[in-house]
Design a protein around this ligand. Structure first.
Ligand SMILES: Cc1cc2nc3c(=O)[nH]c(=O)nc-3n(C[C@H](O)[C@H](O)[C@H](O)COP(=O)(O)OP(=O)(O)OC[C@H]3O[C@@H](n4cnc5c(N)ncnc54)[C@H](O)[C@@H]3O)c2cc1C
Length: 462
């Protein structure tokens, strides 16, 4: 690979100086993201703030010619090391490529550049009574480019799906600088392979997304949040099954375990009944006229599963208070130890109780503090483990626990990520879940898109 000095000199010839970073102190923070990637990353050689498709094309062509890795970066909030720099290289920073290109309320579409923050898309859609549902819980900072690349989900996936369900058309730049449009601007498209869906979740390893046409839907008129507490996770799962049997489709069915409730209440007191084993947070939405009926069916379902302290939040302030508690669980867990690592497992809903209980047992066996939260409706749990990464012995215990938790998810017909992706963090476990012939095909697809392996190398698989 080229020396840093040469890359610096060459980039100055193709990108204006004010959009380049080369100082080690400035580059340092681009070597990490929200994962624990220590040891799997290097300081990049340069950061380029791209502003146009032409900027992206110029940098990619240069990098491809000289075999320099290119790592796209949104807000850097992914939790799997997906935008770390294991081989150094050039980081493309999309924070200046953040325009809304078109908003068409009649067609219910919005065209955006990759650096637009997801929360901004939601806000603009809502100004016209429309809705962009995908909601990674940090949507106020994460970007649409990062969401597309990680196929982000969130609490409302139970009813509304994830990012992949809202992508109509993508404009991408390939490793050789070719610009391609993948998909159509229409709600349906049955012409050829759906290559846009191949890019979703590809973690910046196949192509660089430079524009996205998103699908919007009408925003439900009303929303309510119902919470209920349970003496066991099994009862909480029965509550969920009863709701579905009652033909209610909540937008969200989230949960917190006893430790998460206790930890949140300790640091952000908000009146949670932490003596219970599990709490369900259920959002219903739709026409105001349907709210009372939906709410009473949900309450009936929860009661049948022996729930206690059932409460319904109606006003925006009450709803926000409940959800702030749930969203604070990561920050609260972070107060238990110097570091916190959040994982992401998913199993069929019929196995979720076994997954939650097994996860707790594994963490107990390895003497690790764990707070469990997740999207129970989807079967998706996030064990948040508080530890000290500088304590080698503790880290070893964490590492063994993590492998056992993954094995458990696989043995329960699940998989090792429902929404966070693979990055470098889960790379060595991919072979346990994806068989060799499938992996071989994935590698072949990668080599067609990126024969010189310059796009985010060392992510997903080696
Ligand atoms: C507190 C917290 C809560 C979270 N909650 C959730 C949650 O509920 N659900 C969920 O799914 N995730 C969640 N995440 C993970 C994270 O929010 C998502 O992965 C997010 O979508 C990443 O967006 P980003 O802008 O930070 O992307 P980055 O982390 O910057 O990048 C992510 C990936 O996208 C690639 N990329 C970025 N831009 C482009 C582009 N233009 N073209 C091609 N590739 C690109 C990068 O190379 C990298 O592989 C959470 C993270 C945190 C820290």
């Amino acid at each position: 690979m080229l020396l840093k000095n040469r890359i610096e000199k060459d980039l100055k010839n193709i990108i204006s100086r004010e959009n380049l970073l080369f100082d080690k102190s400035e580059l340092y923070c681009y070597s990490e993201d929200s994962s624990n990637s220590r040891g799997c990353t290097k300081i990049p050689d340069a950061v380029v703030f791209v502003k146009t498709i032409e900027d992206v094309r110029r940098v990619i062509k240069y990098a491809n010619e000289h075999r320099v890795p290119v790592i796209s970066r949104g807000a850097g909030t992914n939790m799997v090391g997906a935008c770390t720099c294991p081989r150094g290289g050039i980081v493309l920073n999309f924070s200046k490529m953040n325009r809304i290109l078109d908003f068409n309320p009649i067609n219910m579409t919005m065209a955006v550049e990759p650096g637009v923050v997801v929360g901004e898309i939601k806000k603009i859609a809502e100004s016209q009574g429309l809705y962009y549902p995908p909601d990674p819980s940090n949507y106020k900072v994460s970007t649409i480019g990062g969401s597309i690349a990680q196929s982000s989900g969130g609490a409302s996936a139970f009813k509304y799906g994830t990012t992949k369900d809202y992508i109509l058309n993508l404009t991408v730049v390939l490793a050789d600088g070719t610009i391609m449009k993948l998909g159509a601007n229409t709600i349906k498209d049955a012409v050829g392979y759906h290559l846009n869906q191949l890019i979703v979740g590809s973690e910046g390893t196949l192509a660089i997304v430079v524009e996205a046409e998103l699908k919007l839907i009408p925003k439900p008129e009303s929303r309510r949040t119902i919470i209920g507490y349970f003496d066991s996770i099994e009862n909480a799962v029965s509550g969920v099954n009863n709701i579905i049997r009652n033909r209610i489709c909540p937008s969200t069915i989230d949960f917190m375990d006893k430790n998460s409730m206790l930890t949140v209440e300790q640091y952000y007191p908000c009146g949670i009944c932490y003596e219970k084993e599990a709490m369900l947070l259920i959002d219903i939405d739709g026409f105001e006229s349907s709210m009372e009926q939906q709410q009473s069916l949900v309450i009936e379902s929860l009661k049948k599963a022996n729930a206690s302290n059932i409460q319904a939040a109606k006003s925006a302030e009450e709803i926000e208070k409940v959800w702030t508690a749930r969203r604070s669980s990561f920050a609260a867990t972070a107060k238990l130890a110097p570091d916190v690592l959040s994982d992401d497992l998913i199993v069929p809903r019929s196995n979720i109780a076994k997954m939650v209980c097994g996860c707790k047992e594994i963490c107990k066996k390895y003497n690790l503090k764990v707070c469990l939260v997740g999207h129970l409706g989807d079967g998706n749990i996030h064990p948040q483990i508080a530890l000290n990464l500088d304590n080698e012995e503790e880290f070893k215990r964490y590492y063994m626990a993590k492998a056992e938790i993954y094995d458990l998810a696989i043995s329960l017909q699940g998989t090792i990520s429902g929404e966070h992706g693979v990055g470098v963090e889960k790379l060595s476990y991919v072979g346990n879940i994806v068989n060799n012939s499938t992996l071989e095909y994935m590698r072949r697809i990668k080599s067609i898109f990126d024969p010189n392996n310059i796009l985010n190398p060392g992510k997903i698989f080696n």
